[in-house]
Design a binder for this molecule. Sequence first.
Ligand code: ADP
Ligand code: MG
Length: 389
Amino acid sequence: MKTIGIFGGGQLGSMLTQSIFKLGGNVCIYDESKNSVCSRQVAKFYQGSYHDETNLQEFNSNCDILTYEFENIPYTTVSKFSDKTIPNSNILKICQNRIYEKQFLQNHNLPIVRHIIIENEHELEEQLRAFSFPLILKSAKGGYDGKSQYIFNSEAEFKLLATQIINNPRFFPAVAEEKISLSKEVSCIIAQTQDGNIINFPIIENVHHDNILEYSICPARINTELSKTIIQYSTQIVKAFNLIGLLVIEFFLSTNSPKSDLSIDNTHIFINEIAPRPHNSGHLTIKACNLSQFDVLARILLNMPCNQPELILSGSICMINIFGESFLNNPNGNLNFQNCALSKNLIDLNIYGKTQAKLGRKMGHLTVNHIDAMSAIELAKILKASLSS
Ligand code: ADP
Ligand code: MG
């Protein structure tokens, strides 16, 4: 039986662990926090700093293959074990830094939003003034769920926060992107097996609120041609990386932006970012597809064959995130499962078991299946609201 080591023991690591267990694999987890989601799930759980050489070596000695569940694991930690890490650590290095990621995409002639690189705090004011508002300022490293980024619709808005940002040199280097008018956001989950088979999931549509994913819908409401182009771009990225493993590419679609090279039905496509791991938008694949994003990655890690995953449900599927608010808004701080338990359309409910509910913290998700996207979204929102009743 092979042992897969996962850097990071949050909900993504937990769902991947379940898929590896189903295939008879063993799992070792390494996380900085002793209370992480996976700590109750696996026999071999290593708690320690990502810079603790001895602990890391011991973890490694127990594992046949290593992977990571999020891209903010230090590159220097993962690269020590590059000979057995999937996806390879060079991919991690590029994807965990927005500057490297944009350079990589640009070098491969893939469409990205107009942007500038701001190396340090001294350049900030001058560079932003020379760029155009509205813009989004993002730290090159460490951000997730809309963290470490600022939206500035005007120079006046920027001025209010300028001193605060300049006084935080750790925010730099950074990128400033043109804030484009989005008609849709979608993601493509794509993977390559160890024997070179490239497979992808149906395109998923994502709706964000305050720059955090609120819900995802599958199939995405886009036409076949757009979908084909998105898959083509994604395949190009897999080949350019020489990827073995799974990655998820976030796309912006805009009907109101003349600056991308490519337009299909007046829709411009931009690649936003690449996650070299399973993704929040893919949680609906757990019940909607014959193989989930975690099953596919588990097969690749265990060097098993894998066919193209397919939807096994008709109509539309909607996954909605459950945040700390759902707990905090409930009078007794728990969740009320009454309505969810009775709903025939609820196909998945997963509460991750995090020890503390916080505003904006992802605590779980639920997934519904309905006749069309509007009905699925409406029901998902109703069921989510009922958790706090
Ligand atoms: P994170 O790593 O936190 O997911 P993203 O770069 O994906 O950061 O930004 C989060 C969300 O913010 C995006 O999904 C999108 O809704 C919005 N956003 C980010 N950049 C832009 C942009 N250039 N124009 C318009 N909206 C954007
Ligand atoms: Mg994102």
